[in-house]
Design a protein around this ligand. Structure first.
Ligand SMILES: [Zn+2]
Length: 773
């Protein structure tokens, strides 16, 4: 470097600062520290940042650093700003649209001109989406993004320069900003009390609590839609860094590879890329002295509900760091460490290379692990940029090409969706849902015959040969979950989540899978607007409806019920056991709904953020008994029906009570039923293939047919499984799935399933509306 006079150097520095060049001097002088904005170091014991503090930090860094550009994507469910920070070299950020166009062309070879592929790979950036803190009691998740941003905005070291030069990072500091404050406010209000470090009694997302990361193909919540519409759809990133936390007593962090099974529509490039990247992170972290890292454990790669990117060209690196008690430290001795699923935390193994010695575990440790894992991910993405982009482009080529990609010869060529459907709202929702996930929908230009049935020209057609054809196929076909057991002859191996996601069955929409030549079609049609959802109860006050939740905690199924009622503009009042303590509330309500897990001992799957149960005291059943006798309607979903059978001594028996997993197992599957169409409860039910969402539910036998009617029953013979996994299905043959029980002048409707499952099982919503009318 030529020698400069001090006057010249001063002039250059002044000039650089004035024109905003990203000079070292400017960066060092003006980047505010996180502590200067938050008032404490990120990760300090007992100091959770509020959402406002986090937004203030990102606003300040946006002003101060040319490497960070913050955008607001919209308002959350409860009205908070939902933000993303784009982080890269200042020159890349100044030309973001240019790089986005490269990304688009690599994603879709139809947009490339001849011989352009190599130039695009030479020039393109490795695009990384970070979705952090979708689960708000995983407090490191909304803290680590601050530490990462600070380091990338400030650092001049080789690693940071490589990352900034080769990647574009889209950092969502919280996928659920409302929950940052729902959890944080409760935490701050309970500091120093016995409740310090506990989850709040309310769901940490108004409607869906912990299920907010089960929404990545149904897109029911605005927060999901912001990330899909503003980040996934325009960019289709190569890598998603999904930052989570797990329990405290096994490994310190989980990093992929995932456990089996792998959903077969995922391009194997992404499975291999996920495995390679995960192992690269484990290696780098181990170099730095991090211990207790587990892989190939607990988490599988089955459901698109959690992993949108795996169907949209991006590897998903889920990390799950051990939790403390929010921001309160815990102590775990080595002896207290136990087994994770797939490893033992006291023993080294290939997928758990070093044990953590035990001791104090803090919020700061969580942030340290999450930061190290994210940094290692960024480094791999930077170092291997070319390989990532080549794999990305190859996925695009074979989604559209004739390559024999992972068994595609056995695929249908197209799926026809007839326009004549029993439920037009459901049809519209299905088209909207698919298009929202970047699926191209076309219309046939000639009649198409499938299995002897002819569909007229103008029918909707989904070609599987299209950029996201595998995603469409995954959602439109029936799932065949493999029979997996812990060991030969042992119990079934529990899936991480549910096993089915077949939209035509959930929505009650007819489709036909075309094998052989694809039908002739026109161009992709324009995006359809989401339907306005209505029922006969919408906007009416003729029926006074109560939705029950226990006061101690709100089960997630109650939140989903709330969401369905709000979405259909059905007015209701939330009640707790206190509202029933005074006796039958017939003067206030005509119908009371008990979602799964709200009644009885909490047998339902409340999940984290809502444990269920608590509403089963004797006075509650006395009030309900009188309520129904006086003409009220009681609706009980899934496990809550068991509590009502016992509590009201109903003439119905759950035949699955006491049956073990070895004899019967259905951990989230879609099952066939037959509907008694002349029952008043079945009024409005239209699906051609009647199907219910079954997950740890009861199945009923009626002991007094004069008092109870089976509105939905499992087939008398054959396997009732339509999609997912079912062991011991013969136990269901001839049993009832939905029972209408007369009770005095009123009635009790028992659902052996969740009729409003995660806002998806639209086909069975009419079974709710009709039971109320
Ligand atoms: Zn989580």
């Amino acid at each position: 470097m030529p020698r400069q006079s001090s006057a010249l150097r001063a002039a250059l520095l002044f000039l650089a600062a004035t024109i905003g060049a990203p000079s070292l001097v400017r960066a060092q002088r003006t980047i505010p520290t996180p502590a200067s904005i938050l008032g404490f170091e990120p990760g300090a014991d007992r100091h959770l940042p509020s959402w406002k503090q986090i937004v203030d930090y990102f606003a300040a860094i946006d002003r101060a650093s040319p490497r960070v550009s913050v955008r607001t994507l919209g308002k959350t469910t409860l009205g908070r700003p939902f933000i993303v920070a784009f982080i890269s070299d200042s020159s890349t950020l100044a030309n973001l649209e240019h790089y986005r166009q490269i990304q688009r062309k690599l994603m879709d070879p139809r947009l490339q001109v001849a011989n352009e592929r190599q130039r695009l790979i030479d020039e393109g950036k490795n695009v990384i989406l970070v979705t952090s803190a979708i689960h708000s009691n995983e407090s490191g998740g909304f803290t680590t993004p601050i530490v990462l941003t600070d380091r990338l905005a400030r650092a001049e070291d080789r690693e940071a320069r490589d990352i900034l030069a080769n990647t574009i990072i889209m950092l969502v500091p919280s996928q659920n900003p409302d929950g940052v404050d729902i959890v944080g406010d409760y935490y701050r209000s309970t500091l120093g009390t016995p409740a310090e470090g506990r989850d709040p009694p309310d769901l940490y997302h108004k409607y869906v609590g912990h299920d907010d990361n089960r929404d990545w193909y149904a897109f029911t919540q605005p927060e999901t839609r912001y990330t899909v519409d503003s980040l996934y759809t325009p960019w289709d990133p190569q890598i998603v860094n999904d930052i989570h936390q797990q329990g405290s007593n096994a490994g310190r962090i989980f990093i992929p590879p995932y456990m089996d099974p792998i959903e077969p529509n995922i391009d194997p490039i992404l499975t291999a890329a996920t495995n390679g990247l995960g192992m690269s992170i484990v290696w780098r972290m181990t170099n730095l002295g991090f211990t207790g890292i587990g892989s190939n454990a607990s988490y599988d790669q089955w459901s698109p509900a959690r992993q949108y990117s795996l169907y949209h060209r991006g590897a998903r690196l889920l990390t799950e760091t051990a939790s403390a008690r929010l921001a309160t430290p815990i102590d775990i001795s080595f002896d207290q460490l136990g087994a994770g699923r797939g490893y033992e935390a006291k023993t080294v193994s290939w997928n758990f290379p070093s044990v953590w010695p035990g001791g104090k575990w803090t919020y700061g440790d969580i942030v340290r692990y999450q930061t190290a894992a994210s940094w290692a991910l960024f480094l791999d993405a930077a170092m291997n940029r070319r390989a990532w982009l080549e794999g990305y482009a190859t996925q695009g080529d074979r989604a559209l090409g004739a390559l024999p990609a992972w068994g595609r010869d056995a695929w249908p060529s197209a799926i026809v969706i007839p326009k004549a459907q029993p439920d037009t709202q459901a049809l519209r929702r299905m088209i909207w849902t698919l298009q929202h996930g970047q699926v191209e929908i076309r219309e046939s230009t000639a009649p198409t015959t499938v299995d002897g049935k002819t569909y007229p020209a103008g029918s909707y057609v989904v070609l599987t040969k299209q950029p996201f054809g595998a995603y469409a196929k995954a959602l439109l076909e029936r799932q065949a979950y493999p029979d997996l057991f812990d060991y030969p002859g042992g119990p079934p191996k529990r899936p991480y989540d549910v096993t089915a996601h077949t939209l035509p069955l959930l929505f009650g929409v007819d489709v036909a899978h075309v094998t052989g030549a694809a039908p002739a079609t026109g161009p992709a049609i324009k995006e359809m607007a989401e339907p306005t959802y209505t029922t006969a109860l919408s906007g009416k006050t003729t029926k006074r409806i109560a939705l029950f939740r226990p006061s101690a905690s709100e089960p997630i199924d109650a939140g989903w019920t709330h969401w369905v009622l709000d979405t259909y503009k059905v007015s209701f009042t939330t009640i707790t056991e206190k509202d029933l303590a005074g006796g039958a509330p017939n003067d206030r309500f005509d119908a009371i709904i008990f979602p799964d897990g709200t009644l009885g001992g909490g047998g339902g799957r409340g999940g984290r953020g809502g444990r269920g149960g608590g509403g089963g005291a004797a006075d509650v059943f006395a009030a309900l008994d009188a309520f129904a006798n006086n003409g009220g309607s009681i609706l009980a979903f899934n496990s809550s029906s068991n509590a009502l059978i016992d509590g009201l001594k109903l003439p119905v028996k759950n035949v699955l009570a006491g049956v073990g997993n070895n004899d019967f197992y259905a951990p989230g599957s879609i099952l066939a039923v037959e509907i008694k169409r002349d029952s008043p409860v079945a009024r409005g039910f239209t699906a051609t293939v009647p199907a219910i969402w079954f997950e740890n539910g009861p199945a009923f036998e009626i002991s007094d047919p004069s008092m109870a009617t089976a509105v939905a029953s499992y087939p008398a013979t054959g396997n009732p499984l339509l999609s997912g996994w079912l062991l011991g299905g013969s136990k269901l043959n001839g049993k009832a799935a939905l029972v209408d029980v007369k009770h005095g002048r009123g009635h009790v409707v028992l659902y052996g399933f969740r009729p409003q499952y995660r806002g998806q099982s639209m086909a069975t919503y009419p079974l709710i509306w009709s039971a109320i009318q």
